[in-house]
Design a protein. Sequence first.
Length: 108
Amino acid sequence: RASVYGASKVAVNYFIRSLRSDLANSGIRPSLVHPGFIKTAMTDTNDFAMPFLLGADKAAAIIIRQLERGKLEIRFPLQLSILTRLAGALPEALRLLISKHFQKQAHS
């Protein structure tokens, strides 16, 4: 259910990384923000579990603090960031098995 959402995130990620190269000598440093689930009107309509759900104010405070520290990549919450990175490192066949398992649970 996240194919379009995920593809758009990859496109923005690639764009920002390319932009960093283009702007390397300009003093402008684009940052990437990879938030987990943030409680908003949009997520209020989700019918699936959203682990480590954060309020918008808390998320904004994290982003501002990290930007002030000069971070080029901001990932939070840490638990979800670790899980998604680990999942990305799994072989494709195993990721598909896990996806099928969770899809079955969501439909039962």
